[in-house]
Write a protein that binds this ligand. Structure first.
Ligand code: SF4
Ligand code: SF4
Length: 293
């Protein structure tokens, strides 16, 4: 009988907060899971996990292309594009185009058509912790929200095939399209933040996004000893918003040493930081399997 699969996404308001470090450590601690690296713009989980790809597929996205000869300059496409991909002269910026097809639909002259282009690749791999779904955008590749969705679909298929009980997702940073795609269908969002004023600001925004999309957030503070004042401000914010704190992880130079050696900190050493991460995992695990369905 297939187990009920839970999905934990680890996110942060911006890159560089230690999100991937934490995901690799959780991978060393958790059992019975598959991994999904949804940070498709800058995937770096593979630096620690050294995956062996066994499947690679091109990822196609739609992009709008205009036939100048047919365009009458009516402006309908500009009025209807929600992604700012059409300029005032009604030319289409392929890098900004999200491929929604609205301009093709509204164009009265039939001047716009949708074309497919390869914008990246999705992969299935084996790591020392188990299977992983991940992807990479090609140079200038856009529509990373769609690629994130592909990674998540692949991870769900893998977890069903292998009868795993958990999908551990390294989410996209920030609050844009990719992170919203990462959050879809997640059971819990573990937010990693740092005790700085910008970290607090980013936390407020990303917690709001998670709650808006119906995913319950938990918060842990990385490099927690950088500022006791700011760490307390984060805890006060969480308390006001009814968000559970699941731990403080102190700054530790060995985290970088571990990464350089291709290991998570949990595999590399012992001590206060590793104990803190183990504490975070215990709390997250308790929350995951108490999530109301
Ligand atoms: S396909 Fe959508 S995003 Fe792309 S230019 Fe047309 S309306 Fe804008
Ligand atoms: S909607 Fe069609 S005809 Fe009108 S400006 Fe855009 S491309 Fe040209």
């Amino acid at each position: 009988m297939n187990k009920q699969i839970k999905e934990l996404i680890v996110i942060s308001g911006k890159g560089g907060t230690g999100k991937t470090t934490l995901v690799s450590s959780l991978a060393a601690l958790a059992e019975d899971f598959v991994l999904a690296d949804c940070d498709v713009d800058a995937p770096d989980l593979h630096l620690i996990l050294d995956p062996e790809n066994y499947q690679s597929e091109p990822f196609y996205t739609q992009v709008a292309v205009k036939d100048e000869e047919k365009c009458s300059g009516c402006g309908q496409c500009l009025d209807h594009c929600r992604f700012g991909a059409i300029d005032k002269d009604y030319s289409i910026d392929p890098l900004a185009c999200e491929g929604c097809g609205v301009c093709e639909f509204v164009c009265p002259e039939g001047a716009i058509r949708m074309e497919e282009e390869v914008s990246g690749h999705s992969y299935l791999s084996k790591t020392r912790y188990g299977s992983m779904a991940h992807a990479e955008l090609g140079p200038g590749g856009e529509a990373s929200g769609q690629l994130v969705t592909r990674v998540k679909e692949n991870a769900r298929d893998l977890s069903a095939e292998e009868n795993k009980e958990l999908i551990l997702v390294d989410g996209s940073p920030g609050i844009g399209c990719p992170v919203i795609a990462s959050l879809s269908n997640a059971d819990l969002a573990l937010i990693v933040t740092e005790p700085t004023q910008s970290g607090i600001h980013d936390l407020e925004r990303i917690a709001g996004v998670a709650q808006h999309f119906g995913v319950r957030p938990l918060v842990c503070i990385n490099k927690s000893d950088l500022s006791e004042l700011n760490a307390e401000e984060i805890e006060n914010f969480a308390s006001r918003k009814g968000i559970q704190m699941v731990g403080r992880i102190p700054y530790d130079r060995e985290i970088v040493e571990a990464m350089v050696n291709g290991k998570s900190i949990v595999e590399y050493t012992r001590g206060e930081t590793v104990d803190a991460i183990k504490g975070v995992w215990e709390k997250v695990r308790a929350n995951l399997w108490n999530v109301e369905d």
